[in-house]
Design a protein around this ligand. Sequence first.
Ligand SMILES: [Zn+2]
Length: 154
Amino acid sequence: MSDDGADAADASSPTDREYAEWLDALADGDGFAVVCPEGHGSLPPRRVCPECGSPELSREPLDETGTVETYSVVHVPSPRFADDAPYATAVVDFGPTRLTGVVRDGDAERDGDDAAPAVAIGDAVTVDIGERATDGERLVAFRPAAGETPAEDE
Ligand SMILES: [Zn+2]
């Protein structure tokens, strides 16, 4: 069980800075995806489209609300998430691209026991910046879009 997409922030390469800038944008409510002319969305850092190799990438804003496509609960985390477990990671469709992040529900996250994720497939969530409990590192966090009726016009 090493399928842990939330480790994207763990890369310790020069591209860290681009990812940090992307997190800054997300924190400001200006989250974006990089999209090629074919419409393939991905996340920075990118030089070329991972789907088709096109170097013509433009920034497209993410939808304000995403739809949970899948999620999983992690009980045995990698060391950098040791104090966060159990936690849920989710893959959420935000229009141009999908984001992978952790699910925060605002109250059960540090309860210890079996903190069930406050999401289900198909739920609407908003994206925000959270902190990893283990070391305070910033990460992508989803929160239920409570009280909001997502304006799905597709
Ligand atoms: Zn492409």
